[in-house]
Each structure stands twice: as C-alpha cells, then as structure tokens.
Ligand binder design. Structure first.
Ligand SMILES: *Cc1c(COP(=O)(O)O)cnc(C)c1O
Length: 810
C-alpha cells in the first residue's frame, strides 16, 4: 500500500487543489489555517487508500474485529501524527515550502481535540494507534462532544473554566456517515411481553449520527476507524409550531437532543449531572452495539458466530450498559432465549477497571436507571438473580457482596456498574501489576473467588509514534542513527542502546538532545507565559490532572521547604531547579482548585524573591493538554510520580517521561513498580510508604504528629497559616491545613520527610552530569516494554483472541 502514497510533488498538487476547490482560496491570500486545512485534506486523501483497503480485506477474509468503547478519546493534534505515520514528513515539508508556507507553523496551528479528561482518554487513543500499527481490524467508538474538555485560565492564580471550541473552524479529518444513523430511545414503558421477550416503547428518541475519522497505523500499512456519535433530533424541528410563530418552541426538539452530545463531563472520578450523564453513556453504547450487530449480520449472517468474530472492550464502566443492551437486542429483537443471549454477550465482552477509589466506582440509583432505561433495569435484575442462583447451585454462598443491584439508602437500591461489567465479561483486566493484584484482593475479591481466572493484568503502555518519534525529534534522530529505525515498530529494540550507554560519545549526544529539548521548552514558556527559565537548571516536571491522590500538594510543600533552606544558606552550592507544573482540576473539585491556587501563590513568592533567583523557580502554564505534554516531556530531567501508594491504577505519564530520558521520583504505585523493575533501583528514586504501609495508616491518618516531627514541613505549614503566601487572605488555606492535621488521607505528612530527603539526593546526583545522563539514557533503553503495542498484543492474545490481519514488523 505504501507505494501509492504521494511524493512531494504529488502532495503539493493535492494541497493546491484542496486550497482552491475545498477551501475556495488562492495561494496569495491563504492564511496558516487555510494551509493547514489544505494539507490536512491532502493527507486525509492519502489515508483513505490504506483505510478502504483495510476495510475491504477485513470483509473479504471475515476477520475478527475489535471494538473499543470509550466515553473519552483524548486525541490532541492529528496532522503531524498522520503525516509521520504515512511517512510523508519530508514530502509535506518540501511541498509546503514550495508553496511558500512553513510546515512547522502549519502543524502547530491545529487545535487539540480534547474529548477526554486525562489518562483514560489518552490511553484509548494510544490503543487505536497500536491497533492500526499492528493491523488488527478495529473500531473506536465514542461521543463527538461539541465541547471537549474546558480551557483552563488562571485569574489571580485561581482556575477558571472556559468552553473549548474545537469544532469551530471545521474538523478536517472526519467523514459524516448519514447512512449509518441510528435511533436511540429513552424512558417510556414495557408495552407488551411474549415469554422472555418484551416490547420497549421509549417516550423520547434521538438520532445517533456517525462521524468517522480514519486512524492510520505506522507506515500506513493499515488504517482503522474512530466512529464518534453526535446526537440529533429525529425531526429537525416542529413545523406546525414554527408556522404558529412559536420559533423557540419549534426548535425545542433540536435543543433537547443535542444536549446529549454537547459537553464532556469535566470530571473523571465522580459522575455528575446524573441523568444526562447516564443518557450519554447509553446513547453512545447503544448506537455502537447496534452498529456492531448490523455489521456482523451483514458480514456473517448469523448470531452464533458473534463471539468468534467480535471482541468488545469496555474502557471502564461508562459503557457497562453494553451487556444488558446486547442481551436486550438478542432477546427482544433477535429472539434468542435469555440464557443463550447472556452467554453470547459474555463471549464478546471484556472490561477494563481503572480505579479502586470507592468514590470513583460508578453506581446508578435503580430508580433512575428504571426511569431512563426500564427494560434494561429488568434485564440487570434478571442477570443478578440468575448469577447468584448459579453460584448457589455450585455451592458458593451468595454473598451480599455479589449483588449487582444492591440495597442502599435510595428507594430500590443502586446498580453497581463494576460488578455488572464483571459478571457480563469474559475477561476483566487491571492496568498495572500492582493494580490488578489489589483489584483481586479488594473491590473484586468475592467475584474473583467465584470466577477464578477471569481477572488478568494488562499493564498500560503509550504509543512510541507520538510519545517518542513524534514529540522528540532530536532524540529520535540519535536513536535511529545508533540502532536503526526498527525501534518505532518494536520498541523493545531500545535495549540495543544498553551497551552504547557506556560510550562517552553517545552520552554526549544524548545530553545534547536533552539540552535541545530544554531550550525548546524554554522558548515555549517564554512565548506562552513570558517567563525566562535557565535551560541549564534541573527541569522537574509534574504534569497530570490535579487530584489530591496525585499529591501535587506534596510537591509544592517540598518546593516551599526548599525555598526556606535556600534562603537560610545562600552561600551553599545549590543545584538550580525549575519546578514545572501542568494540569486541570475538575470544576466542582474545590480542594483541587485550592491546591492550584496554592501552587500559584507559592510560585509568586519564590519567583519574586531575589535571593532565590537562578536557584529555584516555579512555572505553571495554564491549560495543560496533549500538545503541551509533547513539549514538556522531552525536556524533563525529573518525572514526578508521587501518588499515595495504592491509589494510582497505572499512570501513563510516568512511561512517556521515562522513554524520553527523565528519571522518576516516585512511590511504589501503579506502573512505577514495573518501571523500577525494568530500569533497576539505582536508576529511579523510590521513596515513601508502599501500598501495604499506606493501607496500615488508612482510612484515617492524624497528620499533626508527623508535621511536628518534620521541621521543614512544620515551617511551611506555619507559613501557610500565617498568610506568608496569601497576605491578601491569610485564612485562604485553613481548610487544606486542617485536613493535613486531622484527616490526611493522602498521607502527605507521612511521606514528606522521605520525599524531601530524596529530593536532596537528586540535587547532588544531578550535579554529576555525565553519570546522570548515563542513567537517563538507561531509562530510555529500558522503557521499550511500555509501548502500547506490547499492551495491545497482550489484550489480543489473552482477552480478544484476535490475530493481526497482515504480517507486520520490519
Ligand atoms: C498522558 C497524559 C495524561 C495521563 O497522565 P498521568 O500522569 O498518567 O496521570 C493526562 N493528560 C495528558 C494530556 C496526557 O498526555
């Protein structure tokens, strides 16, 4: 397929054609945006060839298909990624230069598509890249939110949220598929029954409109589809009302329907706006399941083969209604017996658990579920009863923990979506070795005992195409010179660097690549926030959602304590550091927003102190997103992964930073454990309580004693309380301090001393630059296992039973 890709000349012609005929612009008046859209269209043309060929091949061979259902896809920019995956980088650069435009400028003009909150949504996109690169036939299914994740601004150091408008200037990548639209119902009642079958009469129906974005794999050998659903009214508007002059009333159906795909819920841990959120979940899940059945019947003509030909992966519980929906369609519309429908559905479904935090486990009041989805509640209750009866018959006590519909304060109880997803799945996976082990011992202890072997581990990964090849050109060039280009398809080849790490010339080149990236970040920070940073300083990076369990608070308290130490001993030979933060807090998460304000207040106090100039600086650019991560990660010396042990399921930022040659300072949590195993204890900084130690302190930890026993911490806490960082409002942080003292459930005070001590060791180690570079290069060399290609091969083998449709690999 590759030979059909255009040359620079061919690409230039395509770009000009699109500029003229798709955009209606002349080269002389074309803006950067026009060039970007013209290039994007030209590149999309190039993707369509392998895309259609892949679809045709899948149909002809009757190959099994993978369907990845996810409420979130944190896409970022697509242009550069598509250009690189198709091997068109040189052609695109030359073509645009010939037309008088600059490739780098054009690529950076693309707005991020932020249809996700953080790690979970970004994982989904890394998986799509790997599925396509491995030539596994797959669809990603999600929601085409009109407004993705909010844009973050700081006003007086406080986070304020503004709507994101990624669709405003048109999205160059998608194809609307009017022929694939599906009606989706809500509410209503059961209108009749025959045996197992029921006729559901919804009282509200919207149309799910399909938009397809092609996802090309590495070298353009294969391409899959990301199909996003947009909600439309069944009838555009009420003509009778319009003719009566009731223009607002006439548009009511449109407004109601489109509410469903209007916003991404800006919270990845607690469901809000409950009824609308439930409708969103059902909307995209039901449309996807029906689309899957329709395609399967068209290709294979029977339902018995469904589990052999279809693997459906649920990314967290948000699409967990897929189980009851599939059973409903099989029973009510395709006349399967209930038990047969359940077994068929189970043969197709797998579920990924992403969290053990009790407040983040989805539960729906049965009353609400019954109101929005009456037939589904019946099915859930029946599954629950049959499941417990089967366990009782097998001699297992039907433990109270095994109820899917559990009694609760609410009338009628609540539906535990994690348990539902588990019972409906052939396989359930955790996302790191530690997380999976804890899952077996805690949330799913009873279900694991009842269904041994159903839980498997698939440690997360990240795509090396975006997170090394794409974002880090200096290091990419060095790696390719050193070991050839095969590492992009087979990231474990980075192991070949291990002997080179002993070569002084290689280390110098590695250090030069890092330095170039640090200078690029310095330029970015200067342009974006008007701050000047010293690229010779240690770049210490914590970028991720702001959450108490991720402990940005620990980091900023340590930063303030370091500032005190520097002020006290100005003559000492300190290691200059730039502390870099990036991240958004959920708009309703007051304590996380207060931590943002504290970081900004501490930053102002440190950055404004002449005694600290050239030694310590804190920068926190607003609106952290994928494209900001792509600039920060290659420039990091130190990767902050300091979550309370047992609370971070995996993390993927930790993997991106390791691959780009940052050393990790972290707790034994999530995939940090596996990072440490691979890189070796001398090349990672592990500190603090482990998961067992943390569990012994919880659920309740009195921080007052730990504060008193840790003088640098006690000093900072006293400063916060005295209004040192907030002279305009000395009481601002009372709540934060109170929580640290009385109810420090994230164990910030317990881990502070170990963290502070470890950071001082890092200061010393960083000064031996060559030894630091050696360890940084070993992090890159040992990071290959964290490719999402490895993760997807694991899912394919152990969960989906699917093979690639092409022989890949170089
Ligand atoms: C990778 C990534 C994340 C996840 O980061 P963690 O440190 O694993 O929480 C979140 N947001 C963006 C933009 C990312 O690229």
């Amino acid at each position: 397929m590759t030979e059909r890709l255009p040359t620079a000349l061919g690409l230039a012609q395509r770009i000009e054609q699109h500029l003229t005929f798709s955009l209606g612009k002349a080269p002389a008046t074309a803006s950067t945006r026009d060039w970007r859209l013209a290039l994007s269209r030209a590149v999309r043309d190039a993707v369509v060839v392998p895309w259609l060929a892949a679809e045709q091949r899948t149909q002809e061979t009757g190959h099994k298909r993978v369907y990845y259902l996810s409420m979130e896809f944190l896409v970022g920019r697509l242009l550069q990624n598509a250009v690189a995956n198709l091997g068109l980088e040189e052609a695109a650069r030359a073509a645009l230069a010939g037309l008088g435009a600059d490739y780098e400028t054009v690529v950076l003009d693309e707005p991020d598509a932020a249809l996700g909150n953080g790690g979970l949504g970004r994982l989904a996109i890394c998986f799509l890249d790997s599925l396509a690169s491995l030539a596994i036939p797959a669809y990603g299914y999600g929601i085409r939110y009109a407004h993705g994740l909010f844009r973050q601004r700081f006003r007086g150091g406080w986070q304020v949220e503004e709507p994101e408008t990624w669709l405003n200037e048109g999205y160059a990548w998608e194809f609307e598929r009017p022929d694939a639209s599906l009606p989706i119902g809500f509410g209503g009642r059961i209108a009749g029954r025959v045996g197992d079958r029921a006729a559901w009469a919804p009282d509200e129906t919207v149309l799910a409109a399909a938009f397809d974005t092609p996802v090309p794999g590495w070298r353009g050998r294969w391409a899959n589809t990301l199909r996003l659903w947009s909600a439309r009214p069944l009838r555009a508007f009420d003509l009778a009302a319009f003719n009566r002059g009731d223009f607002v009333g006439a548009a009511a159906p449109e407004v109601l329907a489109e509410t469903i795909s209007r916003v991404l819920y800006p919270d990845d841990s607690t469901p809000q706006g409950r009824e609308l959120r439930l409708k969103q979940e059902y909307f995209f899940t039901a449309a996807s399941i029906r689309d899957i059945l329709r395609r399967h019947l068209a290709e294979h003509g029977d339902l018995a083969s469904l589990p052999d030909k279809v693997a459906i992966q649920l990314n967290d519980t948000h699409p967990a209604i897929a189980g009851p929906e599939l059973v409903r369609l099989l029973v009510d519309e395709h006349r399967l017996a209930f038990h047969e429908a359940w077994q068929t559905a189970r043969g197709c479904l797998s579920y990924t658990n992403h969290t053990l935090l009790p407040e983040a486990l989805e539960r729906w009041p049965a009353e609400l579920l019954g109101r929005v989805l009456p037939r589904h509640l019946e099915i859930v209750e029946r599954i629950d009863a049959k499941h417990r009866a089967a366990l009782a018959a097998a001699g297992r006590r039907a433990a109270e923990e095994l109820r899917i519909v559990a009694p609760s304060g609410d009338l009628g109880g609540e539906v535990r979506m994690g348990d539902l997803a588990f019972v409906m799945a052939r396989r359930v996976n955790g996302v790191s070795a530690l997380h999976t082990a804890l899952m077996r011992r805690t949330v799913f202890r009873e279900l694991e005992a009842a269904h041994p072997g159903r839980i498997v581990n698939q440690t997360n990964g990240v795509t090396p195409r975006r997170w090394l090849h794409g974002c880090n050109p200096p290091l990419r060039r060095l790696l390719t010179e050193a070991i050839g280009e095969a590492w992009v398809d087979d990231l474990e080849r980075l192991e070949e660097l291990v002997p080179l790490v002993e070569d002084a010339g290689f280390r110098a080149a590695f250090a030069a690549a890092k330095q170039a990236n640090k200078e690029r970040l310095a330029g970015y920070l200067s342009a974006r926030c008007g701050v000047t940073v010293d690229p010779g300083a240690l770049f210490d990076v914590q970028i991720k959602r702001i959450h108490e369990y991720k402990r940005q608070l620990l980091n900023i308290l340590e930063t303030a304590a370091l500032a005190n130490a520097l002020r006290r001993d100005p003559g000492a030979d300190w290691t200059p550091r730039v502390k870099i933060f990036g991240g958004k807090a959920a708009p309703g998460y007051a304590d996380a927003k207060l931590i943002i304000k504290l970081i900004n207040d501490v930053a102002a106090s440190i950055n404004g102190d002449p005694a600290l100039r050239g030694r310590l600086q804190v920068v926190f650019p607003e609106n952290y997103n994928v494209s900001m991560a792509e600039v920060m990660i290659p420039a990091a010396d130190l990767s902050e992964q300091v979550s309370t042990a047992g609370m971070e399921a995996s993390g993927t930022g930790n993997m991106k930073l390791m691959l780009n040659g940052a050393l990790t300072v972290g707790t034994l949590d999530g995939a940090n454990v596996e990072i440490g195993e691979r890189v070796g204890p001398e090349n990672i900084y592990v500190f603090g309580l482990d998961a067992e130690g943390a569990a012994r302190h919880l659920p309740f930890h009195d921080g007052a004693a730990a504060i008193a026993a840790t003088p640098p911490l006690a000093e900072v806490v006293a400063q916060i309380e005295s209004g040192f960082f907030s002279p305009d409002d000395p009481r601002r942080y009372d709540r934060l301090v109170e929580k640290l003292r009385r109810d420090d459930r994230y164990l910030v005070t317990a881990d502070f001393a170990a963290y502070f001590e470890t950071q001082r060791r890092i200061d010393r180690d960083f000064r031996t630059a060559d030894a630091w570079t050696r360890r940084a290069a070993l992090n890159t060399a040992k990071g290959g296992w964290f490719s999402s290609d490895r993760t997807i091969r694991g899912y394919a083998r152990e969960m989906w039973q699917v093979e690639p449709a092409l022989q890949t690999g170089s």
